[in-house]
Design a protein around this ligand. Sequence first.
Ligand code: NAG
Ligand code: NAG
Ligand code: NAG
Ligand code: NAG
Ligand code: NAG
Ligand code: NAG
Ligand code: NAG
Ligand code: NAG
Ligand code: NAG
Length: 599
Amino acid sequence: MLLSSFSSSFSCLVALVLLVDAVLAGDPFAFLDWKVSYISASPLGVKQQVIGINGKFPGPTVNVTTNWNVVVNVKNDLDEPFLVTWNGFQQRKNSWQDGVSGTNCPIPSGWNWTYQFQVKDQIGSFFYFPSTNFQKAAGGYGGTIINNRAVIPVPFGMPDGDITIFISDWYIRDHKELRKTLEDGGDLGVPDGVIFNGLGPYRYNDTNVPDGIAYETINVEPVLFEPGKTYRFRVHNAGISTCLNFRIQNHNLLLVETEGSYTVQQNYSNLDIHVGQSYSFLITMDQNASSDYYIVASARFVNATVRDKVTGVAVLHYSNSQGPASGPLPDGPDEADTYSSMNQARSIRWNVTASGARPNPQGSFRYGDITVTDVYVIVSKPIELIDGRWCATLNGISYISPATPLKLAQQFNVPGVYKLDFPNHMMNRPPKIDTSIINGTYKSFTEIILQNNGTSVQSYHMDGYAFFVVGMDFGTWTENSRGTYNKWDGVARCTTQVFPGAWTAILVYLDNVGIWNLRAANLDTWYLGQEVYVSVVNPEINTKTDLPMPDNAIFCGALSTLQNQQSHKFKFSKASSLINLSDIRFVWILTMWLGVLVL
Ligand SMILES: *[C@@H]1O[C@H](CO)[C@@H](O)[C@H](O)[C@H]1NC(C)=O
Ligand SMILES: *[C@@H]1O[C@H](CO)[C@@H](O)[C@H](O)[C@H]1NC(C)=O
Ligand SMILES: *[C@@H]1O[C@H](CO)[C@@H](O)[C@H](O)[C@H]1NC(C)=O
Ligand SMILES: *[C@@H]1O[C@H](CO)[C@@H](O)[C@H](O)[C@H]1NC(C)=O
Ligand SMILES: *[C@@H]1O[C@H](CO)[C@@H](O)[C@H](O)[C@H]1NC(C)=O
Ligand SMILES: *[C@@H]1O[C@H](CO)[C@@H](O)[C@H](O)[C@H]1NC(C)=O
Ligand SMILES: *[C@@H]1O[C@H](CO)[C@@H](O)[C@H](O)[C@H]1NC(C)=O
Ligand SMILES: *[C@@H]1O[C@H](CO)[C@@H](O)[C@H](O)[C@H]1NC(C)=O
Ligand SMILES: *[C@@H]1O[C@H](CO)[C@@H](O)[C@H](O)[C@H]1NC(C)=O
């Protein structure tokens, strides 16, 4: 009796503290309403079904500031289940909102579901996209901007404009047909094109580009006075599997940020952007206006015939331009040269003196001084048949998504859904299909080596974290490879490339409790099982390191009997809109006193 009344007042206290935490900080809310549906569009001049958000492809840009709360009510008007994931929003303590098959039941067709999370302690450029059923191949993606808080200086002057650009390889076949091809062991083949913000190539050459395709034009102000207006271009490769070289004729790309980190500022004439990666460039309009200029995204590591067939071309148009862009496209790098591409990747470094989401410099987290305690060498192999199914594996295991999401199985102790036995190296045993995940150690500094044993370049993404890219090289990783690591200014990001026959090493501090997806960002091999989850559990259970399950959680699989109709509303947003500031002060004082009493 005594015990139960103590525990109920204690949980009440916890609830109050949480409420006060959420409200006292006065962090603003962004409320978004999204309808996800098929729309008809012709990205490559041929009408097809594309996934739009509020009727648009690409979808709306989410533009928020560090610490804001984001509430997104997603209505699924597709004919199949849907989940959106936030590629790079770190979802601190909150894998309930991550929107991947291991954390959330899919939103059934015709239902809506409200995501709510805080963009805690992060800045930068990211994008969101559908995470299941190969739907990303049909679009459904859009940009995300997380601005610095006003008190934190940005390491460059305020740009004159902020422009989001999506580049992606594209097929005219719809996503259901594409995934069927993969399931049947087929290769998707050469993409039909590369699109810019959902539009096809500008007709730079009558042979390579048919007539009548709508293309993207980026309108800018010209040089009014030296040295000209400067724009921030946030460029995302939201494609399926093609690495793209991005460049703008006669203009330098000053790289300043990638996936939430300010980089050392360097000029590039072109940059390889791998699937899932995001970069910010400052681009100064310092050329004459005698013509428009080409913006190019060309396929990497394919032969020239394929490259020319699929090159994406948009137009940079100065407002006083005298005429269209003409002549050949600006040259990109040599198609086959992975060495220069790797060197370029290594040249991208962290600006250790710039402030990121916090006032102290990014480099004050001295990752190079921290002792690594856990090591995983994760080997990816080309697609193979396992038990009659076409699969892609990591350390010989092709991940299969259970009917009950991992996160829910963990919450409700549903037995037999997953095993915490993902091996830390390639085992000498036949490959298998399994739900085997990494048992991460809370607050351990973990080294992950991604070894690509296939023949095409890959990229890997980890949800919930930014990791340090400390090394990459050709050949097989060995312990001696550690001697080449960058222990000082390796960039912290969430998506890194891994070249064929090569490895990339990342370091990650597992301080974010939850179940987090680590995957091949290449949609084809991800779809065929090239993913794993990392479970990070704080042995001292508390709501400060892992937020409670939201009351609108959808149940499925072994827990589907818990699901009734959908008419829940998330507590925080309701409470915060009802309580005014004087109430909050009162509640705060009350909790302080209760806290003292309990102690
Ligand atoms: C994002 O919002 C801020 C205000 O919060 C505004 O200054 C900025 O122009 C917006 N950026 C874009 C790209 O809309
Ligand atoms: C569905 O949307 C309605 C408002 O349109 C909202 O009240 C309700 O909470 C949403 N349901 C879920 C589960 O998010
Ligand atoms: C257009 O491309 C074709 C094939 O790549 C090339 O042979 C031709 O010279 C190009 N035409 C022009 C005008 O550049
Ligand atoms: C980058 O190039 C621009 C010219 O486009 C130049 O003004 C600037 O100084 C260069 N910046 C760096 C860091 O090299
Ligand atoms: C404008 O710039 C282009 C490219 O740098 C150059 O070829 C052209 O001669 C310039 N035109 C004028 C009028 O300065
Ligand atoms: C270029 O690559 C494509 C696809 O891999 C292949 O079908 C074609 O034969 C190659 N062409 C040349 C000239 O090597
Ligand atoms: C790094 O950031 C600082 C701002 O803190 C800035 O002054 C400096 O120019 C940046 N350095 C480079 C190389 O980008
Ligand atoms: C997972 O790791 C924790 C320590 O971090 C350990 O206590 C636990 O036994 C491990 N679980 C399994 C199933 O190996
Ligand atoms: C893949 O692994 C095999 C066996 O270890 C090795 O012989 C082969 O060179 C590797 N291929 C690549 C592309 O790394």
